[in-house]
Ligand binder design. Structure first.
Ligand code: PNS
Length: 165
């Protein structure tokens, strides 16, 4: 059985992440979404909240599991017998960082390969940071994140989009 991991912060999950998740799940027998527990970075959603949101949205997909990890990804990869790390590439600006991470991960754990999926053109500009930037000023995020998370994101910024309706 080939096991893949799609690691990330997912703070919050964007439609770009979701696109990579759906495409990755077809490439492996089991896909683990690895949610980084980076509480020291003061994320918008706690690691528990992010894991729960991802479990909620992937509940109907039998070959997708959501797990929290901290420490080195390559150690978690061994713990879970992962064969391949999957990352999305949006633009050339992502490449340098992703190349470094893939190479150090391969050096630390030569058993594991990293593969890259290119982001769909529709989402090449999209990131969790952009979503947070738009949401905190009350901008429209409906085309940026899964619908069921829109209100939860606004709520974190204490924005009530229904106030004038
Ligand atoms: O969505 P992100 O925040 O770009 O994801 C980055 C992530 C989680 C894949 C990366 O930061 C990571 O793997 N962190 C765990 C620590 C680690 O193993 N770092 C790489 C080697 S230094």
């Amino acid at each position: 059985m080939r096991i893949g991991i799609y690691p990330g912060s997912f703070d919050p999950l964007t439609l770009g992440h979701w696109d990579i998740i759906m495409r990755s799940a077809k490439l492996v027998d089991k896909l683990i979404i690895g949610v980084l527990n980076n509480s020291e970075k003061r994320p918008l959603f706690s690691a528990e909240e992010r894991v729960n949101m991802l479990r909620e949205i992937t509940s109907e997909y039998e070959n997708i599991e959501v797990e929290m990890f901290d420490g080195l990804l390559v150690e978690f990869v061994d713990l879970k017998s992962v064969d391949v790390i999957i990352r999305g590439l949006r633009a050339i600006s992502d490449f340098e960082y992703e190349l470094q991470i893939a190479q150090i991960n391969h050096k630390m754990n030569p058993r594991v390969e990293t593969i890259f999926l290119t982001a769909s053109v529709n989402y090449s500009y999209l990131s969790s940071s952009i979503v947070k930037e738009v949401a905190q000023y009350g901008g429209d995020i409906h085309d940026l994140v899964p619908e069921q998370f829109v209100d939860r994101i606004y709520k974190k910024f204490e924005i009530n989009k229904n106030a004038n309706k």
